[in-house]
Design a binder for this molecule. Structure first.
Ligand code: NAD
Length: 427
C-alpha cells in the first residue's frame, strides 16, 4: 500500500465534539498503517447524509415540524447499521461521528455491515405516545428509500426503544406491502426481536474484561470493580462480572454513586432500581460518594457505562484501576488516552468492548431473514466467540504495531474496510 503523507490529527480540545474525537483516532490509526490518501478520503467521507423535515400533528391539533437526520457513513462491508437517537441536542456532526463509529465497530467484530446513524431533534420525554408514534412514522416514511434490510438497518439508541422500532417496522412494511421484519433490529421479541439482545452489550463488556484480565494476569476472584452508569449496559455488565467472581465495589447513575469496599449486592441494587422508578437514589447498599469520585476509586477494573467524555485530561492522572473497559460510547477523550497509556492502564475501547450489542442485532437480522428463532444459549455462545476473537485480534495487532488496544481496534477496522474497498473499487 502506498505510504500516505502525514495526516494532521484533528485539533484536540478538552471537551471534544464527537466527530473530532472519532477523527483524531481515525487519523492516528491511518498514519500508523500508512493508509494511502485516496482510501483515506473514501473512508473518512460519509456515503450519504440526509436531512428531513417532518411535519407532525401534535395532540393540540397544531402541526410542528421536526428535523431528522440519517447518515450512512459506509456500506463497503454490507448494509449500513446503526441506531436512531431522539434528543434535543442531536446535530448532524454528532450523527456523522456516530455513523463512522458504527462502521469501525462492525468491522472490529467482523460482521458484514457498514455504519449508519440517525437522529431527530426532539424531547421524547415531553411528548405523548401518540405524538412519538406519528413522529416515528413520519421519519420512517421520509426515509423509506434509504432504509431496507439490504441497505440500511436502524436500531434503538438514546430516547428510542423496541416500541419505536415496532412502529418503524410497521410503517416500512406498509410502504412495501408486506412484512419486512429485517429492516430494523431491537424489536419486541414477539415481532422478531432476538433473545439475548437486552443483555448483549453488558455481556460483551464482561467477555472482553475477562480476556483483558487474563492478559494482565489478574484473577477475577481477587479483583474489584467500579461501574459508572446503571442502565442497560452498566447493570448487565455488573451482574455478569459479579457472577464471574468479581467484587463490584461501586455503582452509580445520574442521581449519585454508591461505594462499598466489601462489595455491593448487584441483584439487590437491580431490584431496588426496578422498584424505585429506574433510579438508584436512596440505595442503602453502599456509602453515597461523588459521581466523579467513582472513577478515581482504588479498584482493579473500571467500567464507564454511562455517557461520553467522563475520563478527560483533568482526571485521567488520578485513575487507579489497571484496566478500563468502555461500556459507553466515547467515555474517554483523546487527550486522556496518552495519560492512561503513560500510566500503563489498559483500555478496552468502546468500538470493541460494547460491540456485543450490534453483534446480537446482527443475529436478530439473520434470524429474521431465516424466518427462524435461535435459543439464547446459541446466541450467547456465538456472541461470546465473536467477542473473544475480536479481542484477540485487537490484542495481537496492538503487539504487532506497538500501539494501544484502542488504536489497534481502529487499525483492524480500517484495514478490513480498506481491503474490501480495494476489491469492490469505485467509479
Ligand atoms: P441507559 O439509558 O439504559 O443507561 C444509562 C445510565 O447512565 C443510567 O443509569 C443513567 O442514570 C446513567 N448516567 C447518566 N449520566 C450519568 C452520569 N453523569 N454519571 C453516572 N451515571 C450516569 O443507557 P445504556 O443503553 O446503558 O447506554 C449507556 C452507554 O452505552 C451509552 O454511551 C450508549 O451509547 C452505550 N451503548 C449502549 C448499547 C446498548 O446496547 N444499550 C450498545 C453500545 C453502546
Amino acid at each position: 500500500m502506498a505510504k500516505s503523507s502525514y495526516i494532521e490529527p484533528a485539533p484536540i480540545k478538552d471537551r471534544e465534539n464527537p466527530f473530532e474525537s472519532m477523527m483524531s483516532r481515525f487519523n492516528e490509526a491511518a498514519n500508523v498503517i500508512g493508509l494511502d490518501n485516496e482510501t483515506y478520503e473514501v473512508l473518512k467521507s460519509p456515503v450519504k447524509q440526509v436531512i428531513v423535515s417532518l411535519p407532525v400533528t401534535m395532540d393540540n391539533g397544531k402541526k410542528r415540524v421536526f428535523t431528522g437526520y440519517r447518515v450512512i457513513h459506509s456500506n463497503i462491508l454490507g448494509p449500513a447499521k446503526g441506531g436512531i437517537r431522539y434528543a434535543m441536542d442531536v446535530t448532524l456532526d454528532e450523527v456523522k461521528a456516530l455513523a463512522a463509529w458504527m462502521t469501525w465497530k462492525c468491522a472490529v467484530v467482523d460482521i458484514p455491515y457498514g455504519g449508519g446513524k440517525g437522529g431527530v431533534i426532539c424531547d421524547p420525554r415531553s411528548m405523548s405516545v401518540g405524538e412519538l408514534e406519528r413522529l416515528t412514522r413520519a421519519y420512517t416514511a421520509a426515509l423509506v428509500d434509504v432504509f431496507g434490510p439490504d441497505q440500511d438497518i436502524p436500531a434503538p439508541d438514546i430516547g428510542t426503544g423496541p416500541r419505536e422500532m415496532a412502529w418503524l417496522m410497521d410503517e416500512y412494511s406498509r410502504a412495501q406491502g408486506r412484512t419486512v421484519s429485517g429492516v430494523v433490529t431491537g424489536k419486541p421479541i414477539v415481532l422478531g426481536g432476538s433473545l439475548g439482545r437486552v443483555e448483549a452489550t453488558g455481556r460483551g463488556v464482561m467477555i472482553t474484561a475477562m480476556s483483558a484480565m487474563q492478559k494482565l494476569k489478574m484473577n477475577p476472584l481477587r479483583s474489584t470493580c467500579a461501574v459508572q452508569g446503571f442502565g442497560n449496559v452498566g447493570s448487565h455488565a455488573a451482574i455478569l462480572l459479579e457472577e464471574r467472581g468479581m467484587r463490584i465495589c461501586a455503582i452509580s447513575d445520574h442521581t449519585g454513586a454508591y461505594y462499598n469496599e466489601r462489595g455491593i449486592d448487584i441483584r439487590a441494587a437491580i431490584e431496588y432500581r426496578t422498584k424505585n422508578n429506574g433510579i438508584l437514589e436512596g440505595f442503602t447498599g453502599g456509602d453515597k460518594i461523588d459521581n466523579e469520585a467513582l472513577l478515581e476509586l482504588p479498584v482493579d477494573v473500571l467500567v464507564p457505562a454511562a455517557v461520553e467524555d467522563v475520563i478527560t485530561a483533568k482526571n485521567a492522572g488520578n485513575i487507579k484501576a489497571k484496566l478500563i473497559v468502555e461500556g459507553a460510547n466515547g467515555p474517554t477523550s483523546a487527550n486522556a488516552d496518552k495519560i492512561l497509556a503513560d500510566n500503563q492502564i489498559m483500555v478496552v475501547p468502546d468500538i470493541l468492548a460494547n460491540a456485543g450489542g450490534v453483534t446480537v442485532s446482527y443475529f436478530e437480522w439473520v434470524q429474521n431473514r431465516l424466518g427462524y428463532k435461535w435459543s439464547v444459549e446459541r446466541i450467547n455462545r456465538r456472541a461470546d466467540r465473536i467477542m473473544t476473537s475480536a479481542f484477540d485480534k485487537a490484542y495481537h495487532t496492538a503487539e504487532q504495531y506497538k500501539v494501544s488496544l484502542r488504536l489497534a481496534a481502529y487499525i483492524v477496522a480500517i484495514q478490513k474496510v480498506a481491503e474490501a474497498y480495494r476489491y469492490r473499487g469505485g467509479f
